[in-house]
Ligand binder design. Structure first.
Ligand code: PAF
Length: 303
């Protein structure tokens, strides 16, 4: 079942219902819920690219016919630091709606700030705890409080049964999963794989700030992660050394961190599943990337 939407003249594409308020969102999902359908959410800040599309497709893969897929689009001021790019962050609602129509999204929830934060900055926010203080949290101390607060609010507004978040923002994914468990939110948090350009750069809305030289330089992040993964069978030290070797060649790149952790972002195991994460500044843009590896096993050997 489609939750509604307007047919596009001359094609079988249906435009998603556009809900600008929580009341409109509730109306748009009423039919789906009345028939016992589940709701899947892909939360975004817009400027949709192939990475977002893959999350929507993942939601479609797990949905049943009677379910509805909602994409939220909201540039959340709470997760930007004072020196960050809130004002210039790309906004392209019309183009995003076209993407959502082509991807058979049922409802787009695109609230304004006044709808999300009617009284300004909320007095009660979600505290990310220690996992929010490492890696990205060291450089962006208020970021994950902003992310978790808006995601909690989106969960409260959309009331999704399942939600798909990208592995590209791995720490965010781990924290959202933890929040859903710790705060007993009735939502299954699923991971969507990172989508990469040819050359390996992970897709991100901020890539559009990069010029050609910076884009070429940015590929060193993925090359470093690959080099680390290729050394996985030789253990943690070699993984980090191999990745560092690649990054050392990319002298114009300002490295923030390269870290090897457990999948839950704790200390890495001596062998078994681990996560290699990197963040660096390339020209005007701060980029992050990560990959899963299995320590003690060659990179191309399946689980
Ligand atoms: O990953 C993002 O785009 C944002 O952090 C999210 C999850 C939509 C919250 O604003």
């Amino acid at each position: 079942m489609r939750a509604g939407g307007t047919p596009v003249a001359g094609s079988d594409v249906r435009r998603p219902v556009l809900a600008r308020t929580r009341a409109e969102l509730t109306d748009a999902l009423e039919a789906c819920r009345a028939r016992g359908g589940r709701v899947g959410l892909v939360a975004t800040m817009g400027a949709l690219h192939a990475g977002h599309v893959s999350l929507v497709r993942k939601a479609h893969e797990v949905r049943a016919v009677e379910d509805a897929v909602v994409v939220s689009i909201f540039v959340n001021p709470l997760q930007f630091g004072p020196e960050e790019d809130l004002a210039s962050y790309p906004r392209s609602l019309d183009a995003d709606l076209e993407v959502c129509a082509a991807e058979r999204v049922d409802v787009v929830f695109a609230p304004g700030s006044a709808e999300m934060y009617p009284e300004g900055e909320p007095l009660v926010t979600v505290e990310p705890g220690p996992l929010g203080e490492i890696l990205e949290g060291r450089v962006r101390p208020t970021h994950f409080r902003g992310v978790l607060t808006v995601v909690a609010k989106l969960f409260g507004s959309v009331r999704p049964d399942f939600a798909v978040f990208g592995e590209k923002d791995y720490q965010q994914l781990v924290l959202i999963r933890q929040m859903a468990v710790d705060l007993a939110m009735q939502v299954e948090v699923m991971a969507g794989e990172t989508v990469r350009e040819i050359g390996g750069l992970a897709l991100s809305s901020r890539n559009e700030y990069l010029d050609d030289d910076q884009r070429a330089l940015a590929r060193a992040l993925w090359q470093a992660l690959r080099a680390g993964a290729d050394a996985a069978d030789r253990g943690a030290e070699d993984v980090l050394a191999a990745a560092r070797g690649v990054l050392a060649e990319a002298t114009a790149l300002e490295l923030d961190y390269l870290e090897l952790t457990s999948p839950a972002l704790g200390a890495p195991p001596a062998s078994g599943a681990a996560r290699l994460l990197v963040a660096a500044r390339v020209g005007p843009v701060r980029l992050i990337d990560n990959t899963g590896i299995v320590l003690g096993r060659p990179a191309d050997q399946p689980d």
